[in-house]
Write a protein that binds this ligand. Structure first.
Ligand code: GAL
Length: 404
């Protein structure tokens, strides 16, 4: 077993080869694994799961993985789908990959089709965490394990959750605002802020929002940070399907209603990049002031990285989704070969993450064991870190593009 702990910002090629070289320490144990599946029988039939350092070990042998992604209209999911598909295939799995156009009904159908196609395991990034019950119940009946990928699904058919630490994403945004504005030393100065959050159907959106608000709350309570519109509650600031045009329209309304009189806007807390894109556009075209407005984001989408270079967006919380896919594949291999699922698997992933059995529940009281990766803050000053992952290249103009 190769044991080498590497950071979240590591090149994909290196990590793929590392994971391909890993196998199980105790393949015969099955304590935390979900209900027996046909795939395990296939896996066992493949032979010796303890044979280390073979790319096509028992956990991959002939197994078919259904990968259900929410939409292609946001950049990150295209990257997730591509990495998962490529990396599963490179590890010897068969794959079925679907995108469901942000339509929950279509996602249910897509998953049902995968089950009819005899997939051995499902990896699902839900459009709506509460709207997949029909498909999830069918997966449970067919004894097909489900990994909730990035977004939790609120159904007990889900065996494991792989994501980033979602609360920390918001916390990093809040801490960044505190540092940049030096709020601890603000004295009597008041900074004006507006807030844009994510899709209420997405289980992550509340975590991002809460992580940021909890962090900023002392300054909001003290009056150092003032939300001029008074639109603070999640319901008031949420953005249906994380849509850029929805975020743009609301930002334009807020600017014309509360800032047209010359009131200075200092910061716009945005939960992710697609919403930050809309907010930045509104600030550029509709904000009367001339100061630089601090805008947060999340994902490292190309358009937002360009805005960061241009000084239109200030930061993004980067989530290396290639690493998220590597952890998922490592977990799938462990499930299919009947390994114990706990933190002892983490060294074999080769990716920094935490095993968390407390934070997430698929139903009241039903904890979902989770592997949570570590997000990083990216600003104009450390864009090179993204290039160093091997996942982005920097052009002569200083702008970054995703490397394919
Ligand atoms: C979240 C995801 C974010 C962002 C957002 C919009 O669930 O964790 O990274 O992409 O969806 O798709």
């Amino acid at each position: 077993m190769k044991r080498k702990l590497i950071g979240t910002l590591l090149s994909t090629a290196m990590v793929v080869s590392l994971v391909a070289g890993c196998s199980s320490d105790n393949a015969s144990e099955q304590t935390n694994a979900p209900t027996d599946t046909g795939s395990e029988t296939e896996a066992e039939a493949e032979g010796d799961a303890q044979n280390e350092d073979t790319a096509s070990d028992a956990s991959t042998g002939g197994a078919k993985i259904g990968i259900s992604m929410p939409t292609q209209s946001l950049e990150r999911w295209n990257r997730d789908g591509a990495y998962l598909d490529e990396q599963f295939r490179a590890a010897g799995f068969e794959t079925v990959l679907t995108y469901s156009d942000d339509d929950s009904g279509k996602q249910v159908n897509d998953i049902q089709n995968m089950l009819a196609d005899d997939v051995d395991l499902l990896v699902v990034a839900a459009i709506d965490g509460a709207a997949l019950n029909t498909a999830m119940n069918e997966a449970a009946e067919a004894n097909v394990p489900v990994i909730a990928y990035d977004r939790l699904i609120l159904n007990d058919a889900v065996s494991y959750y792989v994501s980033f630490d979602n609360y920390t994403v918001g916390k990093l945004q809040g801490e960044f605002i505190i540092e940049q504005l030096d709020l601890a030393n603000a004295g009597d100065k008041v900074y004006n802020m507006e807030i844009t959050a994510g899709d209420p159907a997405d289980n992550n959106a509340g975590y991002f929002y809460q992580g940021a608000i909890d962090t900023l709350k002392p300054y909001m309570d003290a009056g150092t940070l003032k939300v001029v519109s008074d639109q603070i509650d999640f319901d008031k600031v949420a953005t249906e399907q994380w849509k850029t045009d929805v975020a743009l329209e609301r930002a334009q309304n807020v600017l014309s209603s509360f800032y047209a009189d010359g009131t200075q806007l200092d910061v716009w807390l945005c939960s992710n990049d697609s919403t930050a894109l809309g907010v930045a556009q509104a600030v550029t075209s509709d904000y009367a002031g001339s100061n630089n407005v601090l805008i947060t984001g999340q994902d490292g989408d190309e358009a937002n990285l360009k805005n960061i270079v241009d000084g239109v967006q200030t930061m993004t919380v980067y989530k290396n989704v290639s690493n998220e896919s590597i952890v998922t594949i490592g977990l799938v291999k462990a499930i299919l070969s009947g390994e114990t699922i706990d933190d002892t698997l983490i060294p074999s992933f080769g990716i920094e993450c935490a095993f968390d059995t407390e934070s997430y529940e698929t139903s009241a009281g039903n904890k979902c064991p989770s592997f949570l990766l570590v997000p990083n803050v990216i600003t104009k000053d450390n864009l090179q870190d993204l290039v160093d992952t091997g996942l982005y290249t920097m052009g002569d103009d200083g702008y970054l593009s995703a490397a394919n």
